[in-house]
Design a protein around this ligand. Structure first.
Ligand SMILES: [Zn+2]
Length: 118
């Protein structure tokens, strides 16, 4: 799961595609270039035999706003690899908000927002 998140951060479409169960994978897989992932919190994880779920919330920046993506993702183990099947979208813990240009950037870089991710 964490590695899939990193793939989003790094725009690694090939890796995302390889770790997505073929029965569930969208035909066209693209990463929105206007979305930047800035944080990840694993809320819960559970594994039973060859099935696992991971609930997480990712923070992302899109259209100048910080947004949350809260999802419970399902994975299945096939031939030694965990493959993503599908996810349930859950209610985010916060509403989208817009950082001020002179505020510290929400990505945690320590720079002002206007000089970083805006
Ligand atoms: Zn930033």
């Amino acid at each position: 799961m964490r590695s899939r998140y990193c793939a989003y951060v790094l725009d690694d479409v090939k890796y995302l595609s390889e770790t997505w169960h073929p029965d569930f994978r969208p035909r066209e897989l693209t990463i929105d270039p206007d979305v930047r992932y800035i944080g990840l919190t694993i809320i819960a994880s559970d594994q039973q035999d060859r099935q696992a779920t991971i609930e997480f919330e990712a923070r992302l920046l899109a259209n100048g706003q910080v947004q949350a993506m809260h999802e419970k993702s399902g994975f299945t183990l096939e031939q030694g690899r965990w493959l993503y099947t599908s996810g349930d979208m859950l209610r985010p813990s916060f509403k989208a908000w817009k950082p001020g240009r002179n505020e510290g950037c929400p990505c945690g870089s320590g720079k002002k927002f206007k000089r970083c991710c805006s």
